[in-house]
Design a protein around this ligand. Structure first.
Ligand code: UD1
Ligand code: MG
Length: 459
């Protein structure tokens, strides 16, 4: 095991977000910021990872799960004070400690490793990850000496006007010699604009103590975006979206317009699937290969097979097989299971329903709490009448059954295998296999009745 440790700071409230949700829990591409950081840290070989929690501690802890030990910072007195909370655990260890902020969700494990590598190779007391940006407002500035080496980090609120012009910023990601970090942390004071104990002050203290400190400037500013407000949240979302979309394109997925394609951090998509504009795929969705998805489609937490087409539809928490056709304008609601080669056409709503292979509901149908066999045909305008105002009831339809247009199947009811239901029927009793059910009044034709009507309207 390595003698490397990671500390992720996540105790802040995030006042500038103006939110009931704790800052690090805000999702970026559907995944909480803290989870992004933890997942990247997980890919690096740390002996132990600690997350410093405070505001919303329980929520953050639940999100972190088994992947790190959480340490409570009761009062949020600043980033240096936050790191100090880990002192009883690792303060006396030899080794390297990487500190990251839970509100910097775009950092990658490659960058973390590069930073550690630099610090260790140069036997430096610390290495700071910095970046250049044309809009440095809000970030701590990297102040260099005349010879180009690092002098200190000045917070935006404490910076003199000359310092404010500096475009090299502190990303909040550091690799420290563990012992040197903890020996200096307590020397950090809070005599500054915010009355907080600043972690970046440790860098200045190390320099003053003639310790070697490296500033490693990454060319990828986007990896280091810190999220303090909703504008930065939107910026982080945009960068993350681009990263996710590129990953899928590299894997062989066609995105007709990556700028209007919204894929969650966790979704999986097979090669040769084409995603059309305006599509939002969220949660843990898994889509097979050779599918056609969109345009203007929302899919959340679904498992979709290969060769399936979904057009302008909404699908949630459901399973869809291979070569299924859905839409346009269909709504597949939670807990539905749609088998291979099924066709769900326009204005069809499916809820908590299983539909066997090759069955069709091509137009204007509601299927709720139903179980359809294979090769069933649901005529246009058919409804499973599943709700009596109080309880929900199930409908069972056997293989090969044919339900005529505009039929109501009042649940609980069973339509047997191969049975027919005549168009316009309201079925209240189960129908045996191979039977024909007609449940409508007979038609009466009144010959020459039109003349009577004409007579009335003409006089
Ligand atoms: C911080 C840095 C700044 C850097 C920027 C990068 C300090 C003093 N400033 O500023 O130099 O450019 O990040 O994004 O470090 N936190 C705690 N406990 C606390 C205070 C904060 O856990 O007592 C956590 C927060 O939840 C957050 C992180 O530390 O995840 C950073 O705190 P934040 O208030 O966002 O610092 P910035 O003002 O962004
Ligand atoms: Mg911040």
């Amino acid at each position: 095991m390595s003698n490397r440790y990671a500390i992720i700071l996540a105790a802040g409230q995030g006042t500038r977000m103006n939110s009931k949700l704790y800052k690090v829990m805000h999702p970026v591409c559907g995944k909480p910021m803290i989870r992004h950081v933890v997942d990247e840290v997980k890919q690096t070989n740390f002996a132990k990872t600690y997350v410093i929690v405070g505001h919303g501690a329980e929520t953050v802890e639940a999100c972190v799960g088994e992947d790190a030990d959480c340490i409570l910072q009761k009062e949020q007195l600043g980033t240096a004070h936050a790191v100090l909370q880990a002192k009883p655990r690792i303060g006396k260890e030899d080794g390297t400690t990487v500190v990251l902020y839970g509100d910097t969700p775009l950092v990658t494990h490659q960058t973390i490793e590069k930073l550690i590598g630099l610090q260790e190779a140069h036997h430096a007391a610390a290495a700071v990850l910095t970046a250049r940006t044309d809009d440095p407002a809000g970030y701590g500035r990297i102040i260099r000496k005349n010879d180009g080496t690092l002098a200190k980090i000045v917070e935006d609120k404490d910076a003199a006007s000359e310092e404010k012009k500096v475009k090299e910023i502190n990303t909040g990601i550091y690799s420290f010699d563990n012992r040197k970090l903890f020996s200096l942390l307590e020397k950090v004071d809070n005599h500054n604009a915010q009355g907080e104990y600043y972690l970046p002050d440790v860098i200045g203290l190390l320099v003053k103590a003639s310790e070697k400190v490296i500033a490693y400037r990454t060319d990828h500013f986007e990896e280091t975006v810190g999220v303090n407000d909703r504008m930065q949240l939107a910026a982080a979302e945009k960068y993350m979206r681009l990263r996710i979309n590129r990953r899928h394109m590299r894997n062989g997925v066609t995105l007709i317009d990556p700028d209007t394609t919204y894929l969650s951090a966790e979704c999986v998509i097979g090669a040769d699937t084409v995603i059309y504009p305006g599509t939002v795929i969220s949660g843990r969705t898994c889509i097979g290969s050779g599918c056609s998805i969109g345009p203007h489609t929302q899919i959340k937490n679904c498992l979709i097979g290969s060769g399936t087409a979904v057009n302008q539809s909404v699908l949630e928490d459901s399973q869809i097989g291979d070569q299924v056709q859905i839409g346009p304008f269909a709504h597949i609601r939670p807990l539905s299971k749609i088998h291979d080669q099924v066709k769900i056409g326009n204005f069809v709503e499916v809820k908590k329903t299983e539909i066997g292979a090759r069955s069709k509901a091509s137009h204007l149908t509601y299927l709720g709490d139903a179980q359809l066999g294979e090769d069933v045909n649901m005529g246009c305008g058919t409804i499973t009448v599943n709700y009596d105002g109080k309880n929900k009831f199930a409908t069972h339809i056997g293989d090969g059954a044919f339900i005529g247009c505009n039929a109501n199947l009042v649940a609980p009811v069973t339509i047997g295998t191969g049975a027919y239901v005549a168009a316009g029927s309201t079925i209240t009793e189960s129908v045996n296999s191979d039977a024909l059910a007609i449940a409508r009044s007979r038609q009466t034709n009144k010959e020459n009745y039109a003349q009577k009507l004409n007579y009335r309207t003409n006089h």
